[in-house]
Design a protein around this ligand. Structure first.
Ligand SMILES: Nc1ncnc2c1ncn2[C@@H]1O[C@H](COP(=O)(O)OP(=O)(O)O)[C@@H](O)[C@H]1O
Ligand SMILES: [Mg+2]
Length: 307
């Protein structure tokens, strides 16, 4: 018998199986009603302390997956298990408790914030909702601690969203996201709207928090090159399906799917319209108009669509 000294791999914190999300397409001008398959048969796992990148062009279904795994917009079919619990089976009350463990940080912090609520009140709100027994003083101290933790001066707690910079506003959202000590955060393009000069600072903050709090991330991005150093593994999404999934290094050193190669190949064009056109052509050229097939292992932990 072979004895292994390697520790058993930890159970995944998030396990997504055969997730699909279909949106109804209404009949229009005599056409027939049908469904739009925004996400089709997507499966992946995230381990404790891991960052999984989810990368694809605009419209590929990234945000749909992010909202489906947090049940903000539940899937049409498939299962999402968080820390071993099937989220679809939870009642409203249990789901509320679960929400404290699962948080989301969005691309546009200005839209996430409430313009009529001071930054301190916005962060304190989660304590009022989830920790009703907390006293005022205790709440204030907790919010001040969170401000410091994300690199904001606690003296700014009384300021309103418009009085902060974009990077500071995203730090406020991150402070609120970590307030209840979650174990998993969906970060949906959290730096895409920020100046390039401050993107790295926010990425560093997310990495520090991961180490400190043992967080797992689903990190959504449209830029494959950006996520290399942040993500342990990366899933490439094309038209609602995962076409390649691998350890970051392996994906960058040995990309197998034509779409992954195209995402890695060129420097993106600064004009988003031209960039979309480039990627659209890339998809059509490389493998026709069809949907890619099932994933096949080409190396340990490296999966590629065979269609
Ligand atoms: N509520 C909705 N109703 C209908 N279609 C939607 C809805 N939300 C998203 N979609 C469609 O699903 C596809 C994927 O959208 P999304 O997940 O936002 O992509 P991404 O985040 O990768 O840009 C897009 O074609 C989008 O138009
Ligand atoms: Mg999106």
């Amino acid at each position: 018998m072979l004895m292994s000294t390697a520790p058993a791999p930890a159970a995944p914190i998030l396990s997504v199986r055969n997730l699909s999300k279909h949106y109804p397409l209404r009949a229009w001008w005599g056409g027939k009603a049908s469904v739009f398959r925004a996400v089709e048969d997507v499966s992946f796992e995230i381990r404790p302390g891991e960052t999984l990148g989810l990368v694809g062009e605009s419209g590929s279904g990234k945000s749909t997956i992010g909202r489906a795994v947090t049940m903000l917009n539940p899937p049409t079919s498939g299962t999402v298990a968080f820390e071993g619990t099937d989220l679809a089976g939870l009642g409203a009350r249990e789901m509320r408790r679960m929400r404290a463990r699962i948080q989301t940080v969005f691309q546009d912090p200005y839209a996430a914030l409430n313009p009529r609520m001071s930054a301190g009140d916005y962060v304190a709100e989660v304590f009022r909702l989830h920790r009703p027994a907390m006293g005022r003083g205790e709440r204030r101290a907790a919010v001040a601690g969170l401000f410091e933790r994300v690199g904001l001066d606690p003296r700014f707690m009384g300021r309103y969203p418009h009085q902060f910079s974009g990077g500071q506003r995203q730090r406020i959202c991150i402070a609120r996201a970590i307030a209840l000590k979650p174990s998993f955060i969906v970060a949906d393009e959290p730096i895409a709207a920020l100046d390039v000069s401050i993107q790295a600072q926010v990425v560093n903050l997310l990495q520090d928090l991961q180490e400190e709090l043992g967080l797992s991330y689903l990190f959504i991005s449209h830029d494959l090159r950006m996520v290399r150093y942040l993500c342990h593994r990366v899933a490439v999404l094309w038209r609602g399906r995962i076409v390649e999934l691998a350890d970051s290094d392996q994906l960058y050193e040995d990309p197998r799917h034509p779409y992954t190669r195209r995402l890695l190949s060129a420097v993106p064009l600064p004009d988003p319209v031209a960039e979309r056109a480039r990627l659209a052509v890339a998809g059509a050229e490389s493998f026709g108009e069809g949907r890619p097939g099932d994933l096949v292992a080409v190396a340990p932990g490296h999966w590629v669509a065979d269609g």
